[in-house]
Design a protein. Structure first.
Length: 135
């Protein structure tokens, strides 16, 4: 499913944000349609996620058309804020190295400690990144 738009970059950040948002009855396909507006609102930009406050992320999600009600939109903002804290703590380069890996174990070890990233998000991410999951 990556690169549904012509000439779209193959971005692990975009795939990770989509994976975080594609939960609770929202499929990857249904969520992926928001990619253009998520890009426009800079929600897939790791540098911005690292510096934005939770409330700003929530406002950006709504502006991008990702308003799934007060509770869920706030929850997604919390999860993206937790990802932003990881980015701030580890740095963009280290995070990108981990999430660009083709080794599911490396990705899982790096992302599982982040609040809101669990097995469903990882499965979504592996699917988008075409990563084989070890049995």
């Amino acid at each position: 499913m990556p690169n549904l738009e012509p000439d779209a970059p193959d971005s692990p950040w975009e795939d990770l944000v989509i994976s975080i948002l594609a939960v609770n009855q929202y499929s990857l396909e249904r969520t992926y349609v928001l990619l253009g507006s998520l890009r426009e609102n800079k929600i897939t930009d790791p540098a911005r996620l690292a510096r934005w406050q939770e409330q700003e992320i929530e406002e950006k999600l709504r502006a991008a058309g990702c308003d799934r009600g007060a509770f869920m939109t706030k929850l997604f903002a919390e999860r993206l804020s937790a990802l932003g804290a990881l980015i701030q703590n580890k740095g963009i380069a280290e995070c990108e190295k981990a999430i660009s890996s083709k080794d599911a174990r490396v990705i899982e070890a790096f992302l599982m400690p982040v609040k809101g990233i669990g097995l469903k998000v990882l499965r979504n991410f592996y699917s988008l990144r075409e990563i084989k999951v070890p049995k």
